[in-house]
Design a binder for this molecule. Structure first.
Ligand code: DX5
Ligand code: ZN
Length: 219
């Protein structure tokens, strides 16, 4: 069964209480918290995502799926551990070398939080194979990180299939999350390739009835 993680990136200030509650009623499985520092990517959503996720922590029991698009991973981990997320994802490309990747994995896990690695479209998925035994999920960026509402890069579907094949062949228990441009049109191929968690922002938030879209994406 596929799970849905709704990106709250484009939720407008003032609307958050209503939207977060409607998303909970629409049975999103997670809130996807897109943290951007204005350095790793151009946009800066840092304080807004801290504010939104602190609010979600107070009003909802649903788990939060924090996606760090930041250069200073450790600082962001420290900041977002405060909102007790279900999982923290950091970018492979934000680490200076493979030992720092391992260091971040251990740091997040030592703080009793699940951990995931994300790879940008141009990063080969083979780069992170050595870390798979130590993490809970891989976030495959199906758009260039930095903003919502983009079109899914279709060659990322093959990347998901390659990862899924490697995970199956090595009997690993890891979730594959697809993130960016996922909608009713692109979701079937992404699921078919092996993603079992779908991030969707605009496809859900622009709908009048969140439940209809979420149910459809889960099928
Ligand atoms: C992009 C973010 C994605 C994005 C998803 O950098 O990581 O989570 O907000 O939004 P949509 O579904 O609109 O592409
Ligand atoms: Zn994201």
């Amino acid at each position: 069964m596929v799970e849905i993680s709704t990106s709250i990136l484009s939720v407008k200030s003032g609307e958050e209480a209503d939207v977060f509650l409607r998303l909970e009623n629409a049975k999103t499985d997670y809130y996807h918290i897109d943290v951007m520092d204005g350095k790793f990517v151009e946009n800066n959503t840092y304080s807004k995502m801290l504010e939104y996720s602190s609010y979600i922590k107070r009003i909802s029991n649903l788990p939060m799926d924090v996606h760090l698009m930041v250069e200073d991973v450790k600082q962001a981990v420290d900041d977002f551990l405060q909102i007790e997320p279900n999982i923290i994802t950091f970018h492979y490309e934000a680490c200076k070398d493979k030992s720092e990747v391992m260091e971040m994995i251990n740091y997040i896990k030592s703080n009793n939080c699940k951990v995931a690695i994300s790879v940008k479209p141009n990063t080969k998925v083979e780069e992170i194979y050595e870390f798979l035994p130590y993490i809970h999920m891989v976030l495959i960026m199906t758009v260039e990180p930095g903003k919502g509402g983009q079109t899914l890069l279709t060659d990322m579907v093959d990347k998901i299939a390659t990862l899924k094949k490697y995970i199956s062949e090595n009997n690993l228990e890891i979730d594959i999350e697809a993130d960016g441009g996922v909608n009713l049109k692109t979701a079937p191929a992404v699921k078919e390739a092996g993603a079992n968690i779908l991030v969707a922002g605009s496809a859900i938030l622009k709908a009048t009835d969140f439940r209809v879209i979420i149910d459809e994406l889960k099928k």
